[in-house]
Each structure stands twice: as C-alpha cells, then as structure tokens.
Design a protein around this ligand. Structure first.
Ligand code: SF4
Ligand code: SF4
Length: 227
C-alpha cells in the first residue's frame, strides 16, 4: 500500500492561507491504514486548524470535512461535486495520486496536498512502515527469493552483496539488514542458491518512459460491457 505522513501544520496553514472555504478531504483506503489521512486524521486536522485560527483571533477560514473511500478513483471523486461547488479549495489528505485525480476532476478548484507521499510499503510493527516496492515495472522477486533488492538494498544493486556488508548488516546503515544477505539466506532455505551465481545485467531506469500506463484488457472489456 501507499504510505505517507501528514505535512506539518504550519505548512498546511501557509498553503490554505488564500482560501476562505476549505474542504478537508480524507481517503478511506491507504491513508486510513497508514494513519496519515483517514476519517480520524481529517477530524483531528480540522480541530487543529480551527484551534489555531481561534488562537490567532481570526475567522478567515470556514472548514468542512469529508472522507471518500478512495481518492484515486474518479468514481468516488465524482460524488463530491456538490461539496466542491461550495468551497474555494480542497485540502487533500489522499496520496499524490488522489490529489491529482481530484485536480483533474475539478479543474477550477485548487487541490492542495496535505500529506507527503513517501513510498509503497508494509507494516513491520504497530505504527512502523517499511518500503518494500518502488514499482520498477520489471519485478525480480522470483530471482531474489521474494526480497526486493531495489528497495531493501541501500544501493539497489542487482548482483549483491557488495563488499561492504558486515555481520549481516548494510555498510551504509548498520541498523538495517543487508538485503543481499537476507536474499542469500532465503535462497539457501529454498534450495535455490544457484540463483546467487547468475549475473543480472544492470537496469537502465532512464529508458522507462513516463508517465507509465497499464491497460488490463479484461477490466477494459468489462467497462465497455457495462457501458
Ligand atoms: S488515493 Fe492514494 S491513498 Fe487513497 S486509495 Fe488511492 S492510492 Fe491509496
Ligand atoms: S523488483 Fe522490487 S521494485 Fe521492482 S516491482 Fe519487484 S518489488 Fe517492486
């Protein structure tokens, strides 16, 4: 899932400064799970902004709040048309994708990012998220025992480990395990150590055209069938 953290309150206040009526818009999926912008965080931010405004002796802003199931889905964003008509700006607590979908859908309304979208990750313990995938578009997990060398190796190398690994830790950060030692150990456990002996040519990320698009023909056909 996508992991983000809420921007500092003073940065949010600077962003919304020019707008009187602001809709604080949460996302009920990834942002709810990672605690950056679900219904609860929308409500807390709403209170914090109102309190800050009261302390400053101002009543410049009128806030409203709402959380959609998924901000990256135009179907859910379309349901907001009436609410958006009533405001001068949207403060989105969706990830960068959600912000852009809302901006495309409401071209006359500024959409401001309330979170810093950080990475795609998994929870490792309560409240702690670790990056696990960089959406590289050419997944190598079959060769690396299900451990991503691009995100979990500090150097992102495809033929590890580098010469700096020591006692199973990364030379760049002794607090993290060397991804290639983890890969080695898991390949050994799976009886696939021959994969460590193969050479994997370097990837040329500059050849990946952007923006990328993925078409799922089955889904696309279903869309046509349902009009
Ligand atoms: S808008 Fe972003 S955070 Fe929300 S569901 Fe979509 S991808 Fe996840
Ligand atoms: S190799 Fe790593 S970054 Fe690439 S798709 Fe697989 S998990 Fe994601």
């Amino acid at each position: 899932m996508i992991v983000a953290e809420q921007k500092p309150l003073d940065e949010i206040q600077r962003m919304i400064a020019p707008y009187e009526k602001v809709l604080i818009l949460g996302c009920g999926t990834c942002m709810t799970v990672c605690g950056a912008g679900g219904e609860r965080e929308v409500s807390l931010l709403h209170s914090a902004l109102r309190l800050a405004q009261a302390r400053a002796g101002s009543n410049m802003h009128q806030f409203s709040e709402y959380t959609v199931k998924r901000q990256c889905d135009p179907e859910f964003i379309a349901l907001l048309a009436d609410r958006v008509r009533e405001v001068d700006a949207i403060l989105s607590l969706g990830c960068g994708i959600g912000v852009q979908v809302a901006a495309e859908h409401f071209p006359d309304t500024p959409v401001l990012p309330g979170v810093n979208t950080s990475f795609m990750g998994a929870v490792s313990e309560l409240g702690v998220w670790d990056e696990r995938c960089a959406a590289c578009g050419d997944c190598r997990l079959a060769e690396t025992a299900g451990i991503c060398p691009i995100t979990r190796c500090t150097k992102g190398i495809l033929n590890g480990p580098c010469a700096g690994t020591k006692n199973g830790k990364c030379e760049a950060n002794k607090d993290i395990d060397c991804a290639w030692i983890l890969i080695y150990e898991r390949l050994a456990r799976l009886g696939q150590l021959e994969k460590m002996r193969r050479y994997y040519p370097p990837r040329n990320f500059r050849t990946i055209p952007r923006p990328r698009r993925l078409v799922n023909l089955v889904k696309a056909d279903m869309g046509e069938e349902h009009g």
